[in-house]
Write a protein that binds this ligand. Structure first.
Ligand code: XUL
Length: 551
């Protein structure tokens, strides 16, 4: 290897874009030396995607529209085009690419790519004189890939759960009850609605293992982190779980890739990339899903430290030493790239709910922050249950906003109420992880708002740091490439050293206030009672809120 630090490439194929981050490592010092993204809609208009999703006619299901739920598919050929375009940019960046020691990647979870029997041979002899995408089209057994936005498989979810002995049994083994977007139910639907296409399928990849396969020129393994988004992997053994595989589709066991540890070397960059872009035969470390990669990219490598992402949806996720499963069936357990586990709970009423409240009072974000500043913790027993849109956690199909002792006319109290409700819901619905949360890394757009983070710190009674990592999945992939390379060299580095670059600055700390935390400890069971009442499962919480307000 030429002199200078080793370079590690992390790619992130998200729903809408492909990002590449390159880090340079000297000893245990790492720094980002390249960061670029391309948007699928803008860079490849010929595919006609909207936010990365093909127009609905492309779903081409004989029964589309009859099954209920939305179908959402994207194009594996477009992803190949994007892979080539972003690696061209890395090659042309001026970096000394001969120093690239390893490359890994992240992909949005649950999506699946169906390859025919020619794939193995064709991937092994890609012609560097031709574009990658043109050589991929002939090896697809299905032109499109269903992705995580697809919610059209409720019938298949019920059939799979029934066949394995119920939702509890499926969740106990695979980490999640059956979810429409998960890969197993999607495969079952394809096998039933297009039996010829399924018969033509020799290998089903996740988006992550498909893209890794394009890099190594052969079928790459799936890592346990992404495999746990399939409703098909046994968490304890990190291998395919035969009862679920058999319940999903006939002959599926022969069509699934092997599962290999997240730090496995899947191969080296194939002769195609070496000849076409003059890249070196760098190690390709198994790719993983975007959530497991983000876990690494925001530095969550011990139990007790979690991330709260405040984005379109709000998400709580963190490392778990043991695979504890959510009995309510809303949270997910995935394998973590560290060899541990991770819990993840998603709330759909995130920014959207904050913006609805902000807009309805004509507030700017400064007004919004001021409203939090001038209202007291606990909001004098005034509560909003903010289900503006269908909610994932808890499951609410018919959305409605519920107000308890809260007047619609009081803008400031409504601002505090929406923020407190979101933080309390996250605290209540992450207790299934049985993790004592002492530190929170706040990410996403709304993490820029200090007052929101103050409510977070006080509700959880935890130290909150603002994470400044802008693409945690791509950074996580680059760090995983570094980790996998050190394992392959026989000199593995501890995860604390690998993720030092991802740790937020000490200056961003917001410490919890013990008095305010005590208020929320009292309030949390009352908020749970408000949710139960709103779901039609409990008595009116108003008397308890009145007692709370008078205390
Ligand atoms: C997780 C999920 C999404 C996708 C896309 O279960 O569906 O987070 O991974 O980001």
């Amino acid at each position: 290897m030429p002199s200078g630090g080793r370079l590690y490439v992390g790619l992130d194929s998200s729903t809408q874009s492909l990002t590449a981050i390159v880090i340079e490592v000297d000893g245990t010092d790492a720094r980002v030396v390249f960061d670029a993204s391309l948007s699928f809609d803008e860079a490849f208009p010929q595919y006609g995607t909207d936010h990365g999703v093909l127009p609905s006619a492309s779903a081409q299901s004989a029964s589309a529209g009859l099954r209920g739920g939305r179908e959402a598919v994207s194009s594996p050929v477009m992803w190949a085009d994007a892979l080539e375009a972003i690696l061209e940019r890395v090659a042309a960046s001026g970096l000394d690419v001969a120093r690239i020691a390893a490359i890994s990647g992240s992909a949005h979870q649950h999506g699946s790519v169906y390859l025919n029997a020619d794939a193995e041979r064709m991937l092994g002899r890609l012609d560097p004189g031709q574009m990658l995408a043109s050589q991929i089209a002939p090896i697809l057994a299905r032109r499109v890939a269903p992705i995580w936005l697809d919610s059209s498989t409720s019938a298949e979810c019920a059939e799979i759960a029934d066949a394995v002995g119920g939702s509890g049994q499926l969740a106990h083994h695979t980490g999640s009850r059956a979810f429409e977007r998960f890969t197993g139910p999607q495969i079952r639907k394809f096998a039933a609605t297009d039996p010829d296409g399924y018969a033509d399928t020799a290998r089903i990849h996740l988006v992550s293992s498909y893209l890794a396969s394009l890099l190594v020129g052969g079928h790459a393994p799936i890592d346990p982190g992404d495999a746990s988004g399939a409703n098909l992997m046994d968490l304890a053994s990190r291998q395919w779980w035969a009862p679920a595989v058999n319940a999903t589709a006939p002959g599926l066991a022969d069509r699934l890739p092997t599962i290999a540890p997240s730090w496995s070397v899947a191969g080296t960059l194939s002769p195609y990339w070496q000849a076409r872009l003059r890249l070196p035969p760098a190690r390709v470390i198994a790719w993983s899903g975007d959530n497991p990669c983000s876990l690494i990219g925001v530095g969550l490598v011990r139990e007790g430290r979690v991330a709260i992402s405040l984005g379109t949806s709000d998400t709580v996720f963190g490392l778990m030493k043991a695979p504890r499963v959510d009995p309510s069936g809303t949270g997910h357990v995935f394998a973590s790239p560290t060899g541990d586990y991770m819990g993840l709970t998603c709330f759909s009423n995130g920014s959207l709910a904050r913006e609805r409240v902000q807009d309805s009072y004509g507030f700017t974000w400064t007004d919004f922050s001021r409203a939090l500043d001038i209202t007291p913790p606990g909001n004098q027993g005034r509560v909003l249950v903010p289900w503006f849109e269908p909610e994932i956690t808890p499951a609410v199909a018919d959305p409605r906003v519920h107000r308890y002792r809260l007047s619609d006319n009081d803008g400031a109290a409504n601002v505090r109420a929406v923020v407190e409700a979101q933080q309390m819901a996250m605290a209540v619905h992450s207790t299934w992880m049985s993790v004592t949360i002492d530190t929170i890394h706040a990410t996403g757009g709304a993490a820029a708002n200090k007052e929101i983070l103050r409510v977070m710190a006080d509700v959880f009674g935890a130290e909150v740091y603002r994470s400044t990592v802008s693409n945690s999945a791509a950074l996580g992939a680059a760090l995983r490439a570094w980790h996998g390379d050190t394992v392959a060299e026989g000199t593995p580095l501890p995860w604390d050293a690998i993720t030092a670059i991802a740790q937020p600055s000490a200056a961003s700390l917001i410490a919890p206030d013990p008095t305010r935390h005590a208020v929320y400890r009292e309030m949390l069971p009352i908020y749970e009672a408000c949710e139960a009442h709103a779901l039609g499962r409990g008595p009116d919480p108003t008397p308890a809120l009145e007692r709370f307000a008078r205390r």
